[in-house]
Design a protein around this ligand. Structure first.
Ligand code: AMP
Length: 398
């Protein structure tokens, strides 16, 4: 039995889960939000008991110290030396990493260098790594990359039709995100179909506050909706997804905003929030849609329409779709979103959908299609933290 920590360090938050092998029982699960503030929110859940406090956590070093103190205080472990493996979520692995890896000086330097492709994320992920490395003397570390699973895309799918030199000089291409989730859900969906991943074609719809779709053929991603950054693809909670790129310079001129301010609007004030003027939370949009609020109805219709278009294009590239899997907050919990998407794509895919069941279930692994459905539909709750811990165990051999 060994204890493994799964870590997701963001710029102002730290999330972690402590597991015990071989069953991967969760011993503790916690998060620290508002790092850098006097009133950071610190929570830890152990054995179903949630402990919450508001304290000053001024930097990542303090966040890691707070997390480890809480783990010692509230979980069953007696010494931090019991934690022998730490898996870190790293957002960008560029073209270097197509698998999770054990950290070495070279690996860490490569991830540092890749910060130019993910300036907001990789440095924060690395800060988490540096602090846990200092604090946990007996642990070895593994990096698990959000981009890795998508590295199987062929050049015809990942290249943008820009001058080729921009790819060579500036590494501009499609990378994709949420790879850990896409990988887990695609493999699990193959299991639910009772098939080897090599024998099935699956479309994964990861619909959370950030959202991306992937087309997985024979266990390999052939295309995904996010691109060079997480801004592209489908409409999201606050992000635009795809918009004609020429709108950007036009809006700079019209609004008088500077490029950073406008890209902030694209990232933080658009999507469901921007169109509806109500909320970025799908629950609020669903409620307002049911109440007949016109802008909420438009938001819901746009959201489904744009996702359905990606499903359609993936159907063409895959030729045959064995299953569609819904995952992440919206995919797992929002019956209205699932219904609207399936209503659009069911005829083309030969889906016989169990609308009654869809309206009843939330957050559980379940098949939503009827036995005579040509393409099956599932909810497959994602568990990125668990995949990070499992990769850590496998790679470290602990
Ligand atoms: P995630 O990024 O995977 O944590 O997903 C977060 C999103 O899931 C939130 O923005 C909500 O819009 C959505 N969500 C969570 N719970 C529900 C629910 N019960 N019904 C509809 N949407 C939900």
């Amino acid at each position: 039995m060994s204890k493994i920590l799964s870590v997701n360090a963001g710029s102002s938050s730290l999330k972690y889960q402590l597991y015990e092998t071989p069953e991967f029982d969760v011993l503790a699960s916690g998060q620290i939000e508002r790092i850098g503030k006097e009133d950071a929110i610190v929570t830890i859940t152990t054995n179903g008991d949630k402990h919450k406090k508001t304290v000053s956590v001024l930097d990542h070093q303090a966040a890691v110290a707070t997390a480890l103190e809480d783990i010692l205080k509230y979980s069953e472990i007696e010494s931090l030396d019991e934690i022998v493996g730490v898996g870190h979520r790293i957002v960008h692995g560029g073209e270097i990493f197509s698998e999770s890896v054990k950290t070495t000086d070279k690996v860490v330097q490569d991830v540092e260098d890749l910060s130019q492709l993910a300036p907001l994320h990789n440095p924060a992920n690395l800060t988490g790594y540096y602090e846990f490395k200092k604090a946990l003397k007996s642990a070895e570390h593994v990096f698990v990359f959000d981009t890795a699973f998508h590295q199987t895309m062929e050049a015809k799918a990942f290249m943008y039709p820009l001058p080729y030199s921009y790819y060579e000089k500036y590494h501009v291409r499609k990378y994709g995100m949420h790879g850990t989730s896409h990988k887990y859900v695609a493999n699990r969906t193959a299991e639910l179909l009772g098939k080897n991943p090599k024998d099935v074609n699956i479309i994964v719809c990861h619909l959370g506050n950030g959202a991306s779709l992937s087309a997985v053929k024979a266990g390999k991603v052939i295309d995904t909706s996010m691109g060079f950054t997480p801004l592209s693809g489908v409409m999201m909670g606050t992000r635009t997804g795809d918009v004609d790129p020429a709108v950007f310079p036009y809006l700079l001129e019209q609004t008088g905003l500077d490029p950073q301010e406008l890209i902030d609007v694209y990232n933080k004030e658009s999507g469901m929030l921007g169109v509806s003027d109500i909320s970025n939370d799908a629950r609020d949009i669903e409620e307002a849609t049911e109440a007949g609020v016109p802008r909420a109805i438009l938001t819901s219709e746009m959201y489904a329409y744009r996702i359905a278009n990606f499903i359609g294009s993936y159907l063409i590239q895959l030729g045959r779709v064995d299953a569609i899997a819904f995952t992440a907050g919206i995919g797992e919990y929002d019956k209205g979103v699932r219904r609207r998407i399936i209503e659009i794509v069911s005829e083309a895919l030969g889906i016989v959908f169990d609308y009654e069941l869809n309206a009843k279930v939330r957050g559980v692994e379940v098949e939503l299609s009827k036995p005579n459905s040509k393409t099956k539909v599932f909810i497959v709750p994602t568990d990125e933290e668990l995949v990070i811990a499992q990769d850590t165990q496998r790679i470290l051999g602990i």
